[in-house]
Design a binder for this molecule. Sequence first.
Ligand code: NAI
Ligand code: MG
Length: 501
Amino acid sequence: MTADNILGSIRQDTRDFLAKPLKLLIGGRWVDAVSGKTFPVYDPGTGRQIASVAEADAADVDRAVAAARAAFESKAWRDMKACDRERLLHRLADLIEANADQLAELESLDNGKSVMMARHLDIVAAVDFIRYMAGWPTKNEGATIPVSMPYVPDGKFFAYTQREPVGVVGQIIPWNFPLLMAAWKLAPALAAGCATILKPAEQTPVTALRIGELILEAGFPEGVVNILPGYGHTAGAAIAAHAGIDKVAFTGSTEVGRLITQAAMGNLKKVTLELGGKSPAIVLDDADLDIAIPGAAMAIFFNQGQVCAAGSRLYVHKSIFDKVIDGVAGAAKQFSIGHGLSPTTQMGPLVSEEQVKRVCGYIDGGLADGAKAVVGGRRLDQPGYFVEPTVLVNTQPSMKVVQEEIFGPVVVAMPYSDLDEVVAAANNSIYGLAASIWTRDVSKVHRIAPALKAGTVWVNCHGLVDAAMPFGGYKQSGWGRELGKAAIDGYTETKSVCLAY
Ligand code: NAI
Ligand code: MG
């Protein structure tokens, strides 16, 4: 199927959405940027422009902050009953579900990922997460505290805590799971009662804008959600630095996480960060290889390796190293690579030309340093941003390809001899987002899991996240946790109230 045939078959409502002027959502209305500027959005499967989007900058951030502040203080939002907030979130989830086919196509065209994955994973997970978060407004309880105050001998006191929304929040998200990341940010903020300014990544603003329409349709009060597509160094930096924003939540590179933390210092806004990773997948000598081999392959190649928790360092016991590497390389050869909208595509393109250059730069650097590609290693010679799934061996721990996040379909595979050695190697990273252990021996799991410096440890699976399970990083992989109750904690302040009687 040629790209033209594929693109000829897209839904009319997808076509219509992309053809209209895509604007900023501020205060419940769709508006042009103050500057009047727009920026282009490309289909990674062809490299062709698919849409033009209003480009927010600092002046638009000012407007959005004013709208969000007014919404946050408004009776309509501040005094909304918890059960009504729950209803709104459920309505949003229902609307996303009702528009899932269109959203999946938009996501595939914008990001490059397989439309099947978008439909059955990204969107299903986003809907499930919003529904999970819809349960929290009515359960966001404080506590009664048995205070003693020993220095007030005759005093009697009653103390309790309340969870209050942190205020106006800025949310800056990446391009690898555009719609799902928007859901991860918006749902807990809304469940907690915050007002938000969401900045999608410049590579993938489209589904966030469609979600903005659905948010209005669901009936959220105007200004509670503002959506500002734009670049990081302009709109993103303005959000991070803005004195009118109480918290910034960021997902993206560790480098930008540092910039955001610095910018946030001005008004000491709260910061949560979900950053990069170089997560180890550790295959023990007793592993069930029928599970471990496809598992290790999916750990790195899912979403073209553009996953913060990707299993990008593969440690395999030396007794089974060749067998596992053959298996993972075999899986890499079998993937059908193509345009995301083709129903047979298993691996799509990377998100951008820039990302292809970055990933190929790492591969070339690794090969120059002495690594060997068992499979892959090159860009595909066709339009679009395609890179072959790649397995590198003969690496050294000090090599860049072993130390740095590549964020593409590239795994470095290394043999090891004993458990202490592999745990030390796995922890030899500035990152600590996740890890996986592949074994049939539960006692080994209990030895290794506590020793791994990682926010999530999977056993005989990798990369599975759930609405209810906290997700986030040790070390330079981030601050705070998303998902689960932990996400609500990140959008609330605890107020202690103490009565003397
Ligand atoms: P990035 O960290 O630059 O972009 C992520 C988001 O941050 C985007 O919305 C961007 O507009 C915004 N941003 C960029 N500079 C900013 C600034 N100075 N202030 C505020 N916001 C800013 O990531 P990029 O450049 O797209 O990818 C570079 C590398 O980052 C990737 O190769 C990968 O290693 C890592 N990355 C990690 C992600 C994760 O899920 N942890 C997601 C995306 C990228
Ligand atoms: Mg960047």
